[in-house]
Design a protein around this ligand. Structure first.
Ligand SMILES: Nc1ncnc2c1ncn2[C@@H]1O[C@H](COP(=O)(O)OP(=O)(O)OP(=O)(O)O)[C@@H](O)[C@H]1O
Ligand SMILES: [Mg+2]
Length: 250
């Protein structure tokens, strides 16, 4: 399969603090069909790396390519899901989802109808005209994901999408997302997810990039070849989790 995203020798420091290197020469590729998890110690620069891939900030050196073209700003082919949902509280749920279509030329009625049908797929029928404040965390993240995928992006970036949720809600949403991706309801070509949860990474991804402490470098890249849906009690699953824990703590 062809590479859809290439990260080439990416280094990053914040402009106001050039001496503090956050990312130090990270390279890896994402192919069509990949679900890549990025895992690493707290504060190592995972969110910063994802923001570089999204074009929200520019690398200090190195580059990120989408289909062989350098990413210099956010592009419509790549969408972002935030840890804290980032919904606008003064807009209804359907209006929040419609934001994902704001750069598209389409009648408002068409946008609304698309938002409604996506919210239905996410099990939120009847809540379209409610405001996010009235929603639980799990519902809010469904809306955040719906907003990100309504424009049919090719690549979905998710920054700890389940970590603000309680474990039960996170499990249900993880399973729903995994099922959607594997039944092609969501037609993205690749997902890159930041997480600090080893089990989640092994459950969802076919490739796991383990980062070091700051300044972050690639410590290991693990392939996960287990079939979906994955069984957390499977010995291979548990063995892989152990390997990754070892990488994280060595
Ligand atoms: N706007 C900023 N200006 C200067 N330094 C920053 C800024 N934002 C983040 N940092 C620093 O950059 C480093 C990496 O932050 P980042 O949020 O990317 O880490 P992370 O791996 O996502 O952490 P976590 O696991 O806590 O989510 C941290 O040391 C943080 O203090
Ligand atoms: Mg982070």
């Amino acid at each position: 399969m062809a590479d859809i995203i290439e990260i080439r020798e990416l280094s990053f420091h914040f402009p106001n603090n050039p001496k503090l290197k956050i990312i130090d020469g990270i390279s890896f590729d994402v192919k069509k069909g990949d679900f890549v998890s990025i895992i690493g110690p707290s504060g190592c620069g995972k969110s910063t790396l994802l923001r570089n891939i999204a074009g929200l900030v520019r690398p200090s050196s190195g580059k990120v390519l989408y289909e062989s073209k350098e990413i210099k700003r956010p592009i419509s082919e790549i969408s972002f899901v935030f840890q804290d949902f980032a919904l606008l509280p003064w807009l209804t749920n359907a209006e929040n989802v419609k934001i994902g279509l704001s750069s598209f030329e389409m009648s408002d009625a068409e946008k609304r109808s698309r938002a409604f049908s996506l919210l239905e797929k996410f099990g939120l029928t009847g809540f379209e005209d409610y405001y996010p404040n009235a929603m639980s965390g799990g519902m809010k993240q469904r809306i955040g994901i719906a907003r990100a995928i309504i424009s049919h992006p090719r690549v979905l970036l998710m920054d700890e999408p389940f970590s603000s949720l309680d474990e039960l809600t996170a499990n249900v949403l993880r399973e729903d997302i995994s099922e959607m991706l594997h039944t092609s309801d969501v037609s993205v070509d690749a997902v890159i997810m930041v997480t600090h949860n080893v089990e989640e990474a092994v459950e969802l991804s076919n490739k796991i990039v383990v980062l070091s402490n700051q300044p972050s470098r690639v410590k290991a890249v693990k392939q996960v070849k287990l079939k979906y849906p994955r069984n957390r009690h499977d010995s291979e699953f548990i063995g892989l989790m152990d390997d990754i824990y070892k990488e994280l703590t060595s």
